[in-house]
Design a protein around this ligand. Structure first.
Ligand code: GLU
Length: 388
């Protein structure tokens, strides 16, 4: 069967594929430990669930505006002002089906055929594929472990051509867990301004910071930087709401309006009562975020100690998100070979670095309980003993 070229040039999401396989193995009764998908193991906090349940009971079950519930757009704009020093109003906000959908919307409304989009590697698996689906050309800028996987302003400058339209920036980073310092963000902002680019700032991990790391949104660097920035974010990672599918974008009004038009012909509104849960997430107490962060902090230390105890593994200390990105080149295997035996023979799911543009690494998500981390790392250690 001949499918459209647009889809034939795109590969399926490996993070989702491995998660699906691991969950299917579990259903078959296999004791799989999953370090694969970036999904907090916590239940969504009670007050958020209660708000959605109440909305459901109150009949918030009908179509709403494609842009999102007016009150939620307002609440998101207030949050961006308060937490991030970004001067948005409700009209700048579009509520989307998760962070992923906001990114896809932005790409579809901005990218012309042949436009180049700069993506620092290691990158989240879906960025390049979204660019291709939108008709653009992903331009990958490789970064290495000794630069802590962070793109320098010089690297960015060198990657820019007359066709460059966009830069995708993700800090804290999935998959590396690295966080650009405020000074590094300011330096990148200057390049973006000098070359009149758009930057999509994917800030979905902004609350997951360790060791005193600080998150500065590139849009908050200066009024000029703000004019070049589009924010993508969502509720999934901070509030353990992965399955709810509520995210948002914040952009200058013409871009927000275009994204609303796009949504009005594609998805319409995000699930109405889920949006009421999202309102409660931002309006309610943030203690739940601190509690989860505390758990992630402990898990991060445990997984890092275990990774560093494995001869041949090299891993920089991440200060954000909930991933460790481990260099496995000493095993002599590609990341796919490594992860496929790891899952089939040792029943541990991890994501091959090749999905993120780094075939010498694997990604381990530590958004899982401590027992699983201990057991999973023991299995990985046993496996690596057979290799190095
Ligand atoms: N963003 C998460 C991850 O990288 C969820 C899966 C996905 O959408 O890729 O694991």
């Amino acid at each position: 069967m001949k499918l459209a070229t647009r889809i034939e040039q795109v590969t399926p999401s490996m993070t989702l594929a491995i998660d699906t396989k691991a969950k299917a193995m579990k259903r078959e009764g296999i004791d799989v430990i999953s370090f694969s998908v970036g999904e907090p193991d916590f239940n969504t906090p009670a007050h958020i669930r209660a708000a959605a349940a109440a909305a459901l009971e109150q009949g918030k079950t009908r179509y709403g505006p494609a842009a999102g519930e007016p009150k939620l757009r307002e609440v998101i704009a207030q949050k961006l002002q308060k937490d991030n020093n970004l001067c948005y109003a409700a009209e700048n906000i579009v509520v989307t089906n998760g962070g992923k959908h906001s990114l896809f919307n932005i790409m579809l409304v901005l990218i012309e055929p042949g436009d180049e989009v700069i993506i620092p590697a290691p990158y989240w698996v879906s960025y390049p594929e979204m660019v291709k689906l939108a008709g653009g050309v992903p331009v990958i800028v490789s970064t290495s472990l000794d630069q802590q996987f962070k793109m320098t302003p010089e690297q960015l400058r060198q990657a820019i051509t007359p066709k460059t339209k966009l830069l995708v920036l993700n800090s804290p980073s999935n998959p590396t867990g690295m966080v650009y310092t405020p000074d590094e963000i300011r330096a990148l902002a200057q390049v973006v301004i000098d070359h009149d680019l758009w930057v999509i700032s994917d800030e979905i991990y902004e609350k997951l910071l360790y060791d005193g790391a600080e998150h500065l949104s590139i849009g908050a660097v200066s009024p000029e930087a703000f004019e070049h920035t589009i924010i993508s974010s969502g509720f999934a990672k901070t509030y353990a709401m992965t399955g709810w599918r509520v995210g948002f974008l914040a952009a200058p009004v013409p871009i927000a309006k275009a994204a609303i038009t796009l949504q009005s012909h594609s998805t319409s509104n995000v699930c109405t009562f889920a949006q009421y849960g999202a309102m409660a997430a931002y309006e309610g107490s943030q203690d739940c975020v601190q509690e989860m962060l505390q758990a992630f902090t402990e898990r991060r230390q445990v997984i890092l100690d275990a990774v560093n105890a494995i001869p041949g593994f090299v891993c920089p200390k991440p200060n954000g998100a909930f991933y460790v990105f481990v260099n496995i080149s000493k095993t002599g295997l590609s990341s796919l070979e490594f992860c496929s035996t790891l899952l089939d023979a040792y029943h541990v799911a991890a994501v091959p670095g090749v999905a993120f543009g780094a075939d010498d690494c694997i990604r381990l998500s530590y958004a899982t309980d401590l027992n699983s981390i201990h057991t999973g790392m023991e299995r990985i250690q046993k496996y690596v003993q057979t290799l190095v």
